[in-house]
Design a protein around this ligand. Sequence first.
Ligand code: NAD
Length: 321
Amino acid sequence: MERKRVLITGAAGFLGSHLCDRFIKEGFHVIGMDNLITGDLKNIEHLFSLEQFEFYHHDVSKFIHVSGKLDYILHFASPASPIDYLKIPIQTLKVGSLGTHNCLGLAKAKGARILVASTSEVYGDPLVHPQTEEYWGNVNPVGPRGVYDEAKRFQEAITMAYHTFHNVETRIVRIFNTYGPRMRLNDGRALPAFIGQALRGEDLTVFGDGSQTRSFCYVDDLVEGIYRLLMSDYVRPVNVGNPSEITLKEFAEEVLKLTGSTVKIAYKPLPVDDPKQRQPDITKAKEILGWEPKVSRADGLRITYEYFKSLPKEELVKQPK
Ligand code: NAD
């Protein structure tokens, strides 16, 4: 039987590479696309020898050409951590807008179903807690994070418009903080930052008083939720994340316990527009997809710590791209 063909943009990134693995495992022909602006070919090099995998080094903000049929598109290309999108704000806006437009055009031309990676950042610094999909958000369009948040809000709007006006089969996943192997140690996010600092014997930096909360989802759980959403017939946005909420101070303490490190917690001023709390309401994902996270934070953290520990020493001190 002919394999189904899926295009995954952002394939060399953290989430994109895990999605490539999952779709290969499900028997798909996977076409990975990435311009490597924040990603790394190391994340997918184990796939290069496979006949059912091909890779295009391409910027999706420019016109996309893929020959042959396409059944599915997963649009995951975008800088995702604040350290990245603050450094490359225009590329971030372009990939969320022009890149999404190109992917939707390709989906329309090929008759493919497309799923776009949105984010909990569309809720901004939320005034409603936990966040349901019906909440419209509290975003500062001209604040430093606006380049990412508004690109993703535009992405959702144009995706719905292609569904409504061109009958393209679309899916929108609102991803909450996700962690796991292949995250970059220096991407500025709390979890790799804490583990990196513990491994280097430095104090763990907590911004503000550490009372702000986050909810961390292990990558395998996220991938399962995305797979189910793609295969469902639900077109409105769906939150996928882990509702188990923790303060950053408690989280830093968990990392210290796990790593057995004797360093301390150092407090620094809170960055501008840093969300104070974040927790997904996953009622919809439970009802529509029969999905909920399965991996506990203790297990997920242990696997991720083992991954970071196994990296070559120079990775520990590497500066962001
Ligand atoms: P990542 O930086 O590891 O991966 C993004 C990938 O996209 C990289 O490989 C990068 O090189 C590629 N890319 C960026 N711009 C591109 C362009 N113009 N053309 C081609 N490739 C391009 O980030 P990630 O954590 O894997 O995030 C993937 C997606 O998931 C992003 O869209 C992000 O907004 C979304 N997301 C992630 C999280 C999370 O917790 N990781 C949360 C919410 C949403």
